[in-house]
Design a protein around this ligand. Sequence first.
Ligand code: ADP
Ligand code: MG
Length: 654
Amino acid sequence: MKRPVTSLRGVGQERMAQLAHLGIFTIEDLLLNRPRRYEDRRHFKKISELQKGEPGTARGRIVALGLNRFRHGTKSLFEIVLDDGSARLHCRWWNLPFMEKYFARDDEVFVFGKLIQMKPRTMDHPETEVIEGGEESFIHIARIAPIYSLTDGLPQRWLRGLTWRTLEQYQAHLRDSGPAPFDASSLMRDTILPSHEGAVRMIHFPEELSDVEIARRRLALDEFVAFQRQIRARRKKFHANARAIPCGGNNHLMKPFLAGLGFKLTEPQTRVLREIRADMSGAHPMRRLLQGDVGSGKTVVAACGALMAIESGCNVALMAPTEILAEQHFANFKKWFDPLGVRVELQTGSRKAGKLEAAQSPVMVTGTHALFSSGFELPKPGLVIIDEQHRFGVAQREQLVRKGNYPHVLVMTATPIPRTLGLTFYGDLDISVIDAMPAGRGTLRTFVRTTANLPKVYDFIREKIAAGRQAYVVYPRVDDSGEKELKAVTAEFANLKKIFAPYSVGLLHGKLSGREKEGVMSAFRANQLNVLLATSLIEVGVDVPNATVMMIENAERFGLAQLHQLRGRIGRGGHASFCILVSDAKTPEARQRLKILEETTDGFKIAEADLKLRGPGELLGREQSGMPNFQFGSLTDDLDLIRQARDIVKGEKL
Ligand code: ADP
Ligand code: MG
């Protein structure tokens, strides 16, 4: 199955190169090459029945054909005219003169395409296949035929024939070398899934169109099982090899910390803390993802984890994605840890912590990526906390972990990760969820408005400022470093200053230096600025409880999960909060999308919707690498299969 396609009869160097273009290198690749679509060649429309604008298949005999060259031979039009007895169909190809050599008068041809006009009936650039007799013709006609993606010079018919013959020849191999068998039938409630080899045959040559989905599901399950097995093996290997310093602590710092907080941990916070303690007490390094909406209190829980490590005589690093956040964590942790006599340091691009000696008493270092570069070394790392992990990506995470010499790792994210993704991408992390907010939070309501409503929105914001509150205005950022964007946001800044005068407006964007940013933020925190205009920089982590209004401009440019995170900046204090999404998006889809945010504040629901609308790449961030490329499985639709795969693999002996 892993043999190269050249071991098949009829595949020489030229065909090999063409197949390679399609990502087909081995026999297995060929057998798992998913058809792009199917054509039911048992039933045809008459040419006279084809409707303008609707894709349809017909067949007919070539009654005329010809190639016209014009503009001194630089342009061409090739045309064939088909007749099936009911009507004639003109098929045209522009500037593809070589099409001429594929057709001859009286050929029978299948065509698939859309009529662009009725008089005469015409299709431009349809897909075609000349019908030939011969012993294999039953593969191509009078059945549901698979249509594959092609590349220059590779005929549909040839690829279909090759696939058919290879299926015949490798039937037995397929049975033996498919994924290790497992009993899928007992797991499928409603449908009996075919065997792996049955599904491979079915995906290429289904008896009925409904077979295609059944076969796809079976092959998707096989992919998910293989992937889960891979994760499991990786975890097992990690567990066998990696040792960590047990960091359960003895409570001598934790006790006064919790007593001094001024609030009690919520039930989910307590539960998660127990999970973390159980992990960190062991000799295996913790690998845990902590999920919770913005403001659900992840940082406090992480601080408890940090104290356990410090109580155990180890150092702790907390890495944030931006300098602002690193500084905010630094301020927070200082406030919390100073009274306990625990040293807190900051390490960013613009600020360096002093050299740390292994012999010194334990220290908590907050910082940016600079923590792991620029020669900084954390001796005796007990715990590494990574905040807002989706900005780093899996590959980077692995890199940190390796460098960190197997400390315990806690990853915090406010991006609710839909379960399908959680079970696949984070399969090598244990997951904890804080799924309830601390009590005493004000309500948060969200409204979608158009720019025509802006005067009213401004009035509303002024009203809230008059009552002592503060507001964010968020300006969409496509590229925070672009000159054009800087100009646009600066113009909006001047505009807002006029609108909100005499109230004060501050500006925060990616071009400011770390110091300038911190200056603006601390002025806003101290309520010296009433309104803060910001690019989506503030998306992560900023905490100003008195800010209760957020207006987001051009909201349609953001993803739902991102908008949800943004609005998590408000609703943090006791006052009622309001998020106004301003958008002139006209399409019903765009409006429907934003409405989801009006309707729910459940981050998981929003993430699932986002996943459906935009796909996993967008949700996890562009830099996300290590995404498995499932050929048949869908991360948006196959949650049940992903679960089943996990259950199957869990039940297997290693
Ligand atoms: P996250 O990191 O999940 O966004 P934080 O840990 O920053 O959330 O918490 C948000 C705010 O809520 C902080 O001001 C924090 O002190 C406060 N907080 C955290 N846990 C509780 C709790 N159990 N009760 C009341 N307030 C809490
Ligand atoms: Mg946070």
